[in-house]
Design a protein around this ligand. Structure first.
Ligand code: GDP
Ligand code: IMO
Ligand code: MG
Length: 423
């Protein structure tokens, strides 16, 4: 099993890369998160953003699996499938996607509670995507949640109605103005019926058997290392394990079976939502990169915060994931800048720190930037590593030396073909 995951704060371009390399695999399995992800893929000159569907869906012959580590919102999922169908009616989604019976359900009340906590000043506002992700995982950990497999049990309707009524009344008692419970239930049960068109599987058995039969598999991570619940910049993180280790636990695959671990990083950094961001750029340059890179959330449309490439954060991410190959995206966005900066280390209370640890307090961190000569050429149609501008080659060599892993792919635009295999 190979793994693809994000090394920064998400939106590194994982979807685009997985869409491309899924041609090398029989199975693509998502291992964490839910509809908080937005994995954009360009096809036929149009863009679609996948949320819960794995990014192998456009590759003919690939079986896509919604893994046990995920949380699935039936209402959101139905919309996503219908949207995909109108985007490309040739894809037989039901045939090429199967769902782990042990994946947890996101209920409408989870989503309402997420919004309530984000908007109520007595809680810490995380800047979530408001999809109820944290609530679903919290209920999973509390052992109060229902799973996809429960849909097939005879008392499912009664159990769901009990939970929805209970949580709805709790929200009402907080003074929330809510849509009617009848409408919530109607939409939810309608979406559950739709979900039944998909095969619910014992995902661990299916995936392990497939590997034993010699099939190849790619584990797809959502969110990214610095949003990991344990090792990210807590509390401004998501609620799942986004790391390589999460691929094993979220899919039920032994660590012994892991092969390549592709870490995807942008040539600069972005972050949506609140929380520490040591290399954040606050001036016009940040706005210029945001516009050039179209840095607006694929999921929520929020403007992404922009910062320079952060080596201490990347070294940390490479270390805790055991990344074997770097996939660098969006270097094309930096074309035309006279010089580009890389943060080589932080200064914290007069100490130099070269590897992040996720516990910093924003105000204390001074990023130390190294400026490098930029490249002028528009590289978005280059297909050969040897013809890249010298300054970009220097920049890539610098990263390889610092991170001690090869840059294996250089993505030069959003399209599937806009990528250079570097060796
Ligand atoms: P993901 O969540 O990691 O899959 O990333 P997103 O899809 O949320 O955000 C990445 C955005 O950048 C999408 O709009 C992609 O189409 C786009 N993209 C991906 N790779 C490149 C690249 O190399 N250059 C440019 N300019 N855009 C890219
Ligand atoms: P992909 O897979 C970028 C961020 C949110 C917020 C925090 C918690 O597209 O890279 P949540 O809704 O998960 O409770 O929000 O995490 N976040 C993401 N940021 N890309 C994502 O996914 C994200 N998923 C969650 O903005 O700061
Ligand atoms: Mg995204």
């Amino acid at each position: 099993m190979d793994i693809v995951l994000g090394l920064q704060w998400g939106d590194e371009g994982k979807g685009k890369f997985i869409d491309l390399i899924s041609q090398n695999y029989d199975i693509v399995a998502r291992f964490n998160g839910g509809a908080n992800a937005g994995h954009s893929i360009e096809r036929y000159g149009k863009r679609i953003t996948l949320k819960s569907l794995p990014s192998g869906i456009f590759m003919k012959g690939v079986q896509n699996v919604i893994g046990t580590g995920m949380v699935l919102d039936p209402v959101n999922f139905k919309k996503e499938v219908l949207n995909l169908r109108s985007f490309d009616e040739t894809i037989q989604v039901e045939k090429h996607v199967s769902i782990s019976k042990k994946a947890h359900l996101v209920l409408p009340t989870h989503q309402l509670m997420d919004v309530f906590m984000e908007e109520n000043s007595s809680y810490t506002a995380i800047g979530t995507t408001r999809n109820g992700i944290g609530q679903a995982y919290a209920n999973k950990i509390l052992r109060q949640n229902l799973r996809v497999g429960d849909i097939l049990s005879p008392d499912f309707t009664d159990r769901i109605i009990h939970i929805l009524e209970r949580d709805y009344n709790q929200l009402l008692s907080y003074g929330q103005i809510l849509p009617s419970l009848e409408k919530l239930c109607e939409d939810f049960f309608d979406a559950v019926e739709f979900l039944k068109r998909f095969e619910f599987i014992e995902a661990e058995i299916f995936l392990n058997n497939s590997l034993s039969e010699g099939k190849t598999m790619l584990a797809e991570g959502a969110q990214a290392t610095l949003l990991d619940i344990d090792h990210g910049t807590y509390p401004y993180v998501t609620s799942s394990t986004t790391l390589a280790a999460g691929a094993c636990s979220g899919l039920g695959i032994s660590p012994k079976k892991v092969g390549e671990i592709y870490g995807v990083a942008k040539a600069y950094c972005t972050r949506v939502g609140n929380g520490i961001f040591p290399t954040e750029i606050f001036n016009d340059l940040g706005e210029e990169i945001r516009q050039k890179g179209n840095e607006f959330g694929s999921n929520t449309g929020r403007p992404r915060r922009i910062g320079w490439l952060d080596l201490p954060a990347l070294k940390y991410a490479v270390m805790i994931n055991g990344v074997t190959q770097l996939v660098l995206t969006k270097a094309d966005v930096l074309s035309g800048f006279e010089s580009v900066a890389v943060c080589t280390h932080y200064e914290i209370q007069n100490q130099q720190i070269s590897v992040m640890h996720g516990l910093f307090i924003d105000d204390e961190v001074q990023p130390v930037l190294q400026w490098m000569k930029g490249w002028d050429e528009d590289i978005s149609n280059y297909d050969d590593a040897s013809s890249l501008p010298e300054q970009l080659k220097n920049y890539l060599s610098f990263l390889e030396k610092e991170l001690k892993i090869p840059v294996s792919y250089l993505s030069t635009g959003p399209g599937r073909e806009q990528i250079i295999k570097m060796d």
